[in-house]
Ligand binder design. Structure first.
Ligand SMILES: Cc1cc2nc3c(=O)[nH]c(=O)nc-3n(C[C@H](O)[C@H](O)[C@H](O)COP(=O)(O)OP(=O)(O)OC[C@H]3O[C@@H](n4cnc5c(N)ncnc54)[C@H](O)[C@@H]3O)c2cc1C
Length: 336
């Protein structure tokens, strides 16, 4: 373990915001968790668990301890004739894990290629794309409770996964650092082409492999999404709002065409991207930041923007959407 003081987070957030933390703890061994606990390092201190910083917006320096793990092992821990269970350390790069699975013919995860970030954050955010969320493959996780000094295991039913939500986001679990996550992959390939763009991509193909799907997802994503190394961003800044039927009937006349669909539970999911675009924000420049010209859900940092500038822009967008469509959109990005 290494501890750094007055540490720059510039290279630890994909918005490339210039902020510092009082302390940065870089964990590199499973023993470090107990060590940090027994030394009382975090008692009454503000703390932030950080992966690759690809879903956070820093709006100020962090007066406390940022904790990150670089442990990145992948281990096959069990298998039967249908499934294989793979345990990953939280510091492992998510895309690296997806590639490992595709290379080794472990299936089901290929649609989630190229999502930036770490394994540790994946269940916290319940990441998803192209018709699937990580919860579909999630088996269990081990977290360290920095309040009690113990490791706890959570299985899928305990995680309360929802759209970009898990129990780890709840107030009671804020002291739990995800240490390891186990995923259950299929041994047989069954392509998931529910997502329209993927279905269109493979419209003329009769034989599709997991590698094909992985490649297609990478290709589509490269075309659609800005590379944070070139144009700093944190992916979708806002979540798609979900409203009940009563609310939907009240506001449906305000919504742009094709901006919503009915979910199985009777609620309606509204495309925040459509609302933002319809409200005229797509491609908008605001000081040093703006709304990405090819995708209105993505806020970008054009030129050393301050986190507060991006937050101001986000608030302006939220207010217009509320005034125009009577819908409250919320950030997906974690504001710090
Ligand atoms: C270009 C781009 C495209 C993206 N596309 C998608 C997409 O398609 N789908 C999608 O769902 N997301 C997407 N994202 C968002 C992002 O990739 C995910 O949210 C990812 O899981 C964040 O991982 P991270 O390691 O960077 O987490 P961070 O940003 O570091 O942290 C995110 C949250 O998780 C918490 N956290 C991190 N690690 C741990 C840990 N070990 N234990 C406990 N809590 C922890 C943090 O405290 C914070 O609250 C995209 C982002 C970018 C930049």
């Amino acid at each position: 373990m290494q501890i750094f003081q007055n540490f720059s987070l510039l290279n630890h957030n994909t918005f490339k915001i210039q902020v510092k933390t009082d302390f940065f703890i870089a964990i590199d061994s499973i023993d470090d968790y107990q060590h940090i606990f027994s030394e009382n390092m975090l008692i009454n201190k503000k703390k932030l668990f950080l992966g690759a910083g690809s879903n956070v917006l820093f709006t100020q320096n962090f007066a406390g301890y940022v904790i990150q793990s670089s442990e990145n092992a992948i281990k096959i821990i069990n298998e039967d004739n249908k499934f294989i269970w793979i345990e990953c350390d939280s510091g492992l790069n998510w895309h690296h894990f997806v590639k490992f699975c595709v290379d080794n013919n472990f299936y089901g995860i290929e649609n989630l290629a190229m999502i930036p970030g770490s394994i540790g954050a994946a269940p916290v955010q319940n990441i998803g794309a192209y018709g699937i969320e990580q919860s579909a493959l999630f088996d269990s996780l081990i977290a360290f409770d920095f309040e009690k000094g113990t490791f706890v295991k959570l299985d899928k039913s305990q995680c309360d996964f929802g759209y970009r939500y898990s129990i780890l986001k709840s107030h009671n679990m804020q002291n739990h650092f995800v240490v390891k996550v186990t995923y259950k992959l299929n041994k047989q390939f069954n392509p998931n082409l529910k997502y329209k763009e993927l279905a269109n991509y493979f419209a003329k193909n009769t034989s599709i492999s997991a590698q094909n799907v992985f490649d297609a997802v990478c290709k589509i994503r490269k075309k659609k999404l800005p590379n944070p190394e070139i144009l700093p961003n944190a992916g979708s800044f806002f979540k798609n709002p979900i409203i009940d039927e009563k609310k939907f009937l009240k506001i449906s006349h305000l919504l742009p065409p094709n901006s919503y669909f009915k979910l199985d539970d009777g609620n309606y999911k509204i495309s925040a991207a459509n609302l933002i675009e319809y409200a005229g924000w797509k491609g908008y420049h605001y000081n040093n930041c703006g709304v990405y010209e090819k995708h209105s859900l993505i806020l970008v940092n054009y030129n050393s923007s301050q986190g507060k500038e991006l937050l101001n822009l986000a608030e302006k967008i939220i207010n217009t959407i509320s005034e125009k469509f009577n819908i409250e959109i919320e950030p997906e990005v974690v504001i710090i």
